[in-house]
Every structure is written in structure tokens, then in C-alpha cells.
Design a protein around this ligand. Sequence first.
Ligand code: T4K
Length: 401
Amino acid sequence: MHNLAIAGGKPRFTEPLHVGRPNVGDRRQILQRIEGLIERRWFTNDGPLVREFEQKICGITGVKHCVTMCNATVALEIAIRALGFRGEVIIPSYTFVATAHALQWQEITPVFADIDAATLNLDPGCLERLITPRTTGIIGVHLWGRPCNIKDVEAIAKRHNLKVMYDAAHAFGCSDGGKMVGNFGECEVLSFHATKFINSFEGGAVVTNNSELAEKMRFMRNFGFSDYDRVSYLGTNGKMPEVCAAMGLASLESMDDIIQVNLKNYEEYKGRLNEVAGLSLIDYTSTGKRNYHYVVVQVDPSVSTLNRDELVETLHAENVLARKYFWPGCHRMQPYKALFPNAHLLLPNTELRAAQLMVLPTGQCVSSKDIAEVCDVLSSALGQAESVKRAIAQRKAVRPA
Ligand code: T4K
């Protein structure tokens, strides 16, 4: 039996095992495309690789328009502006802080809604009490690639004449009710950041079936230029460069393989952790398509001998850099914490789940042996909880405050 590193043993991993280690498609394809773009001397501004990438995204999602951007945060900002959101917009607090920042950056107030404790997505049941005369829209988030309750969110929005868009940063390649993510609401935002299962180094996109909206966003991502010398909108520089599209295209070509790897990893974790009292993996069984991008473990404090934070600290000591996404919730981050100091009172499920969930490493760089080691660390730690707690207390005592 290994001694746990937290209790003075040797770490299991000599190199850090990361959540979000990038997947890489066929290197030759990437390098060939980069050679080609250098030859062409067309590096950015709606180049041929970007157009090809956009077409492929449309092909996969079945959406009419894909407008790529330099990242999903800028894509959110542009979509929010193009839709004319202002005043207040309702979002779940349990999301990556970019969803909230994309609003606040343009002086639109994000109003934080609670999540459903079971689905971890926006709870439609709490939307109506958050709607005020200043509310202009709702941004649903398909957390971990599991679509939120689109039907109920949209029914409520319709009743109140509000526009809906989705932050689908996690949900590329996923579907709901037989329809691919990308086709819902006014538009949906995808992320192709390095840590996403399909990546273009950095990158994002807005996908929509609304031609007018797509055209407006194309102008907005290019300073508002609608012709060589004509500026028709307030714009910014949100363009995806060709080199990113080169990476993205190769990534798309490996999409099926990457999903297979993610699924295999997910099932291996599930097989091993199902036996461990107090730990459970969030479920991806549904009739819809899933990308299995995130391995998310819920720690049940009424059964588990260690809490989430103790387990994460134990894993980090072993060089397994598990993450506490999306703790502590946007409402407890600045500037929102200062602006809305009592927001937590309306967010009981967000508070509960944000303290219980951890994300484990997966993707092409994680082997079956790695998974076995990570799971063994978790079950060993739970089996010697008292000595883990003592070791953590000792570390705290020597750590500067
Ligand atoms: N909406 C949602 C719901 C999102 O989750 C995100 C992003 C967005 C919007 C905005 O999308 P983008 O504007 O980023 O396109 C990471 C990602 O940076 C972020 O894209 C992602 N969500 C979020 C969930 O995770 P951090 O702050 O955790 O990143 P970082 O640097 O700690 O990296 C995560 C892990 O990946 C580390 O352990 C190191 C490893 N890593 C990272 C990079 C960049 C590598 O091994 N290689 C790399 O190149 O946010």
C-alpha cells in the first residue's frame, strides 16, 4: 500500500496531472495547414481556414450560421450586445465567471439564479421571482455539456417577452430532444479554449439560425466594418486568427476519437468510484449526445469520511490537480460579492453543490493507469480519513495565514 503524500509519502505522480490538458489532433495536418497559411500570407481577418472551420461547425451542429471569435468570452460579449441586452439579465451563479463578466463588462447587471440540485443547471422554478421591469434576457448555461431545461426556460421567457441565449461553452457536440446544441434560443456560444475537448488554442463562436443576427455579429467582431471604409456598428476586435482555425480543424477531424477517449475515461472512473462510499460521478446517461468532457465527482458529506476540500488537497499533494469548478459561485467573486452581499440567501443549491463537486483529469493525456492511481488515492484517503485530517491540520498550522 502506498503512503499518501499528504501524510509524508512520495507523490504518486512526478509530473502534475492536469484537468484540461489539451487534446491534440493530427500534428501533420496542423503543421501542413500552418505551412499553407504562411505561404498564402493570410493570417487573420476572415481567412479561408476560419471559413472552413465555421462551415464544419455548421455541418456538425446543423446550425445555419457560425461566427467564430477569438474566445468564448468575447463571443458572449458580442452576442449580448448584438441582442440588445441591457438593464438586467438572469444567469445561473454556478458557472464560469466569464458568463457574468461578459454582462458586467458592458454595465449590464447579472442577476444570479439558483440551480436545480439534481441537474446542476439553471432552475426554471426560480426565474419568475427574479424578473423585474429592467430584465431584458436570460442566459442559460449547459453546464458540463448537459443541456439546461430549455423548454421551461423558454416558456417563461416567452411569457415575459424576454430573449434567451445560451452559454454552450461546454456543450459542443451535445444534443437535447434530438436537436443539436447550437439551435436553441436566439443564439448559443461555444468555446474552443485549449482546455475544451475540441480546441483551437484559444477560440469561440456564436452559432445561430438568425441570419440578421449573424451578419450583425460578423461586423461587430471586425470593428463594425461593413465595407472597406464604412463602419455600421459599434464593434471590437473579436476575430479568430487562421492559426487557431488550423488547430481547430485538426481537432474537429479527431472529434469522434476524442469523445471515445473521454467516454472510456469516464466509464473507468465510474467503475472504480462507484464502489467508494460517498463519491458519485455526475450522470451522462440520457437519450441525447454527450461529449463526456468533464469527469465531475460529487462528494456526499453525509456518507464520505472526508469533504471535497480535503479530498482536493489530498489529490494535489499527489500532483493530481483536481479542480473545484465552479466554486464558490460567481456571486461570491468580485465585483459581485461587493455588489450583492446577500445574493447567497437566494442560492441555497448553488452554495450546497459548489462545496461538494470536484473535477478530475481526463482527455487524451490521461491513461487507464493514471485513472486507477487517482481512484486509489481517493479510496485510500477515505479509508484513513483521520490521518488525512491530521496531516491537513498540520499543513495549515505551518502555512502562513
Ligand atoms: N462559459 C463557460 C461556462 C466556461 O466554462 C468558459 C471557460 C467560458 C464561458 C469562457 O470561454 P473562453 O473565453 O475561455 O473561451 C479554464 C479555461 O481557461 C476556461 O476556458 C474554461 N471555461 C474554464 C472552465 O477552465 P482556468 O482558470 O481553470 O484555466 P487554467 O489556466 O487554470 O487551466 C486549467 C487546467 O488546464 C490547468 O490545470 C492547466 C491545464 N492547461 C491549461 C492550458 C491553458 C494545460 O495543461 N495546458 C494549457 O494550455 O479556466
